[in-house]
Structure formats: structure tokens, C-alpha cells
Ligand binder design. Structure first.
Ligand code: NAG
Length: 399
């Protein structure tokens, strides 16, 4: 019993050491230094007083910022909830309710209404969950210390500029713990660059005014390269003995060229039917060779500017199909019997590749281009599809 208590106490001290952060007095000192920096960046004394006087740290922000998950979910689990029946049904209702406004915005920005609805649905469940953190406090907390101080500083300056321009009031700036604000979760620098005052009332109100929300979102997508009436992509079928080296972010080809490599639409024989044959795209296999494959075009890249996760962009794309009344179902089965690797297993995988003489780069648990390349070489050498996908099965094969 005594020994167990000792172990628990030691573990508690260790985890405290992990999350211990500097003293409040240090924060006050930090604020003083930051005021000088913000002032040099052109922020007025009155805005600084209004925003920073009596500011304190929000310790919950540290807990969330420190929490780097050990286990990651399969993309299929994420998609199940991102494109749930409820989110689809709510999206269709919201589309109907806002049809006139969305038509105006589509005409002005060239962004299809169903895409705006899908982003809204994923970012805040159509305005139901926008985050209730004081963005100034959350960003100051991140800027003060931790693994995102640079981000926190620049976004805090951005938030102060929003107030100074009069686009929003100090008290309006509510958002997620990481400072993403309003219905479609703009971070301050995105807001400054792309938010729109659609109704001309002098505010860029992404918290309460749906015209401002939809116009801001459409404007950001449009500037990111979105083209109206163009497909995000298509689920494809790959020929047997396909060269998986072609499924790489650096390889873009026209639809006709992809068709020549043997790709077809999963829903019909011809890949080019219904597409401009010259539209260019890249092939993604988010769960490796044993899962679905998609050819994705420029609009998919534009959605990735909004949030750079493939799972997110795929969810927006599929949800938008459903909201528009088409099918967003993925036809091929996800490899639900396999599973993505945990952080420590990803490091094991990199170490195992190293031990076998491959060069995955640093053993950091991040599956980047180097790890994928090394993994493909290993897979090739043992005669399994060289998809570079880090799963439990391939780790098993490596050990
Ligand atoms: C996202 C931003 C994106 C930025 C990325 C990385 C929005 C809608 N999206 O939250 O612009 O590149 O963070 O900081 O603001």
C-alpha cells in the first residue's frame, strides 16, 4: 500500500512538473513587455488599456495546449461524426433558411452555397458551438509561454488591431481556446485579411450576422483559389498493381492523364464523364492502399487553406455533397480492422525503419515525407503495396 501511494505521488509530481507554468507575477511583467511591442506595432494606449489592464492567465488554455493526444482516431471515425445524419439534416435546413442570402454571396464570390454550409457545420455546428473563451485572454495565455508562443503573440496583435480598426468591440472577441472566433472560426489574422462587412453596418460581425459570416467565409475561400461550380474531387477506383508512388502530394496530373494510368470513377466506368478533362488534381489515399482513393482538385486545396488537415477537407467535401442533395457516401470500405498508430508507435516505426537501414529522418513520431519515403522503400522490398501509410499492420511487418 505504502509503495503504491509512493508511486502515485511520484506520478503526480511528474505530471505537475509537466504542466507547471510560470508565476502570475511573471505574467504581469510579460504584459508590460508585450505592451511595448504592441505599441511599436501601432496599437494605441487606449486599446492596450482596454484589452490588457487586469488581464490574467487562463489555466484551462494551458491544459488544452499541453494536451498532445497519444492516440489518434482513424479518419473513418472522424468522418462518421463530421458527416453524421444530424449534421447533414441540419445543413439542409440551414441551406433552405438562408437560400436568398447564399445565392447573393455565391454570385459575389463564386463559392457554392453547399461548401459554405459544410464549413459552417464543421466549424461550429451551424453556430451552436462557437467557443466562449475571451480571445484576448486565451491568446495572451498562449503568447506568454508554451509550445505556441509565436502564434499567440501574432494573433494577439491581430486581435488588438481588430479592436483598433473598430471592426468589433473588445467584448465581442469570443472564440475557441486557441483564438478561432465566430460561426466559421476565424483566427485574428485571417479575420483582418479576409473578413467582410456584408451588410455595411461598419462591423465585420462574424459572431451575430450571418451575411458577414457567409461573405467572410466565401471571400477567404475565393482568395484561396476556390472556383464556383467546380468539383472538389471524386472517389476513384485504382487498377490492380497500381503504382502507389503516384499517390503523392507532389504529383499533379490532368484528369485525362489520370485516366490513362488506369483510374476510373468508383461510381461508373469513365473517369472523365462530367469533368473538364484538363482539370488537374492529385491522388490521395487517406487510409492507405486498402482504403478508399480520391482524386482531388483545386477546390480541395482551397479548403485545405482553411484547415490543413486532409480529414477536415474531405469531411467538408462529402458534407457539401449531402447538403446539396447528392450522395456524400464513400463507396469503398475503410480499413476499420487496421488502426492508425499512437505517437509512441509512430516513433517505434521510425526507429524500426532506421534499424533496417532506411532513412526516415528524425524519430519524432511525425509521419512526414521522409518517413513515407522510407516506408515505401521497405514495403517495396517485401512486396506489399508501397503506399507509405503508417498503420498497425505495417508496424507489425517491420518488427
Ligand atoms: C486556421 C486558419 C488558417 C491558418 C491556420 C494555421 C481560419 C479560418 N483558418 O485556423 O487561416 O492558416 O489556422 O494557423 O482562420
Amino acid at each position: 500500500m505504502k509503495k503504491r501511494l509512493g508511486t502515485i505521488a511520484a506520478a503526480a509530481i511528474l505530471s505537475l512538473a509537466n504542466i507547471a507554468h510560470a508565476e502570475p507575477a511573471d505574467f504581469e511583467q510579460w504584459v508590460a513587455g508585450f505592451r511595448a511591442e504592441a505599441s511599436a506595432a501601432g496599437i494605441s494606449q487606449s486599446v492596450l488599456d482596454d484589452a490588457l489592464n487586469n488581464l490574467s492567465i487562463n489555466t484551462r488554455v494551458y491544459e488544452l495546449n499541453d494536451n498532445q493526444p497519444e492516440f489518434s482516431r482513424g479518419i473513418w471515425d472522424y468522418l462518421d461524426s463530421a458527416v453524421s445524419a444530424t449534421r447533414v439534416a441540419n445543413g439542409r435546413t440551414k441551406y433552405q433558411e438562408n437560400r436568398a442570402l447564399l445565392t447573393l454571396i455565391d454570385q459575389a464570390y463564386g463559392v457554392d452555397a453547399e461548401i459554405i454550409m459544410a464549413i459552417w457545420g464543421l466549424e461550429s455546428s451551424y453556430g451552436a458551438i462557437m467557443g466562449n473563451y475571451d480571445a484576448i485572454q486565451a491568446l495572451a495565455t498562449l503568447a506568454f509561454e508554451g509550445r505556441r508562443t509565436g502564434y499567440g503573440r501574432s494573433q494577439l496583435i491581430g486581435a488588438l488591431k481588430i479592436i483598433q480598426h473598430g471592426y468589433a468591440n473588445r467584448g465581442d472577441l469570443k472564440g475557441s481556446w486557441a483564438g478561432a472566433m465566430g460561426h466559421t472560426q476565424f483566427i485574428p489574422t485571417t479575420y483582418l485579411a479576409y473578413a467582410i462587412d456584408h451588410d455595411g453596418d461598419g462591423k465585420r460581425d462574424i459572431w451575430n450576422n450571418l451575411g458577414d459570416v457567409f461573405a467572410s467565409t466565401a471571400n477567404y475561400l475565393s482568395v484561396s483559389g476556390f472556383r464556383g461550380n467546380e468539383a472538389w474531387g471524386i472517389e476513384v477506383r485504382l487498377p490492380t498493381d497500381f503504382d502507389y508512388a503516384l499517390a503523392d502530394t507532389s504529383i499533379k496530373k490532368a484528369v485525362v492523364e489520370w485516366a490513362a494510368t488506369g483510374l476510373s470513377s468508383i461510381r461508373g466506368p469513365s473517369l472523365v464523364d462530367g469533368f473538364d478533362p484538363n482539370i488537374r488534381g492529385r491522388l490521395i489515399i487517406p487510409a492507405g492502399a486498402s482504403g478508399p482513393a480520391f482524386l482531388v482538385f483545386e477546390n480541395f486545396e482551397a479548403i485545405l487553406k482553411y484547415n490543413r488537415s486532409t480529414a477536415y477537407a474531405l469531411a467538408v467535401s462529402l458534407l457539401s455533397e449531402e447538403i446539396a442533395g447528392r450522395s456524400g457516401a464513400v463507396v469503398a470500405a475503410w480499413p476499420r480492422d487496421d488502426r492508425p498508430l499512437s505517437l509512441s508507435e509512430r516513433k517505434d516505426l521510425q526507429q524500426a525503419l532506421k534499424d533496417r537501414g532506411y532513412n526516415p529522418g528524425p524519430v519524432d513520431g511525425i509521419i512526414g515525407a521522409g518517413t513515407k519515403k522510407a516506408l515505401r522503400s521497405f514495403q517495396q522490398s517485401v512486396g506489399i503495396p508501397a503506399d507509405g501509410y503508417a498503420s498497425a499492420k505495417v508496424l507489425e511487418a517491420l518488427k
